[in-house]
Design a protein around this ligand. Structure first.
Ligand SMILES: Nc1ncnc2c1ncn2[C@@H]1O[C@H](COP(=O)(O)OP(=O)(O)OP(=O)(O)O)[C@@H](O)[C@H]1O
Ligand SMILES: [Mg+2]
Length: 382
């Protein structure tokens, strides 16, 4: 049973994927901290981290730039960061603007697109889905070669696979027939714009407050010069994802449904020939073996200390917890069997939300534990 440190050995990119709310942002931050502690220069790209987690990483303001997390903050938690930990919050709209600026043939074309009202709408809509921009930023940072390892958090998608299709979706959008029509000089937009004096259009212009058709035509004409650049970039993003130095970690919960989703997601990764590294099962109820050892004496012992009423309620609570723990164990065994992998790492359901560096350090005791340590904990012996 490998630890996250072993799974990521020699990797340059780690992508934490999974369905909503399972702990992707938390584990991404924890993994990045753990690898930085081991001496690497690591950058974690987070998406919508809870405010307190962002604060604790020193990410007070939104920004599309990486900031270094002060190692002294970790030292306070007894964690020595031998390398460097950097973190950034992805700002999808800003990434899109940067991308356009890079692809534009000249400054004039860039300004025409960025200042265009249609672009502003479309970029916000596309940026809203975030997936493409996450890939884009990842690619950009990878090309810059400033870091040994990039850890990418992924956005909360309804479907954990959405982001895999993101580069394809953007190029399809750009290649799409509707755009082609607009981009041809003799196309629809040119024809309509040519009839600028038509009554209908001037009424329309008055209603919407600006010349929509002229804006559309201008947008698509300016964009047309960038299509090839976008496509080439999307192809490079795709090959980066498939590279053997990239590693996908699937994050999931221990309940039946999340496990099913993880199995499905793993299958899709394999089908897409993307490198699967392992599964992190988060928020697991660990069996409390030591208490169970007291067996039949427990109700009496509790009643003596807490009184009959409270004692029996604590007992019931404990029995419920044990049932949950057993269910989790069964689900995780099934997951490992279906995926035919040893790389299944459990992280317990902690008593509190993980919103600071102490919480991340606690998670890392599990993510980076040796096989023996993990087995001992899973059996409730530690
Ligand atoms: N092992 C854990 N024990 C207790 N709380 C946890 C644990 N892991 C994560 N949490 C808490 O669960 C919540 C969701 O975690 P997180 O934000 O990392 O999930 P996510 O998968 O990124 O969610 P989203 O899909 O919305 O982006 C957070 O409040 C976090 O502090
Ligand atoms: Mg998240």
């Amino acid at each position: 049973m490998p630890s996250v440190g072993e799974i990521l050995d020699g990797k340059q990119i780690c992508i934490c994927a999974g369905s909503g709310g399972v702990g992707k942002t938390t584990t991404s931050a924890a993994i990045a901290a753990g690898m930085a502690a081991r001496g690497l220069r690591v950058c974690v790209l987070t998406i919508d981290p809870a405010k307190r987690l962002a604060d604790s990483l020193g990410l007070k303001e939104l920004g599309n730039e990486a900031r270094q997390v002060d190692p002294a903050l970790f030292a306070e938690q007894g964690v020595e960061i031998k390398g460097e930990l950097w973190a950034m919050m992805l700002d999808a709209k800003a990434t899109f603007d940067e991308l356009v600026a890079r692809q534009a043939p000249d400054e004039e074309a860039r300004d025409r697109v960025l200042g265009n009202r249609i672009y502003q709408q479309i970029s916000s809509a596309l940026a809203g889905s975030q997936e493409y921009m996450a890939m884009e930023k990842l690619f950009e940072l990878h090309t810059e070669d400033r870091f040994d390892l990039l850890v990418l958090d992924t956005p909360p998608t309804r479907n954990a696979l959405d982001f895999l299709d993101a580069p394809k979706r953007l190029t399809q959008f750009i290649e799409g027939r509707s755009l082609r029509v607009f981009m041809k000089p003799t196309g629809f937009a040119a024809k309509v714009a040519g009839r600028g004096a038509s009554v209908a259009l001037s009424v329309f212009k008055r209603i919407v407050g600006f010349d929509l058709i002229a804006d559309l035509a201008e947008f698509f004409n300016a964009f047309s010069g960038m299509v090839d650049g976008f496509q080439a970039r999307a192809r490079r993003v795709n090959s980066l994802l498939a590279d053997r130095r990239t590693c996908f970690l699937v994050v999931c919960g221990p309940q039946g449904e999340p496990v099913d989703e993880a199995v499905y997601f793993h299958r899709k990764l394999v089908e897409a020939k993307l490198p699967f590294g392992g599964v992190i099962v988060n928020k697991v109820h660990y069996p409390a073996e030591r208490l169970r050892g007291d067996g039949a004496d427990l109700p009496a012992a509790l009643a003596e200390r807490l009184g009959d009423d409270l004692g029996s309620r604590v007992c019931e609570n404990f029995a419920d917890y044990q049932a949950l723990a057993e269910r989790d164990t069964r689900n995780i065994d099934r997951l490992a069997a279906e995926l035919r992998t040893q790389a299944v790492i459990r992280v317990p359901y902690l008593d509190e939300d993980v919103h600071d560096l102490a919480g991340l350090a606690e998670i890392n005791r599990y993510l980076f534990a040796s096989a023996e340590q993990r087995e001992a904990r899973a059996a409730g012996r530690a």
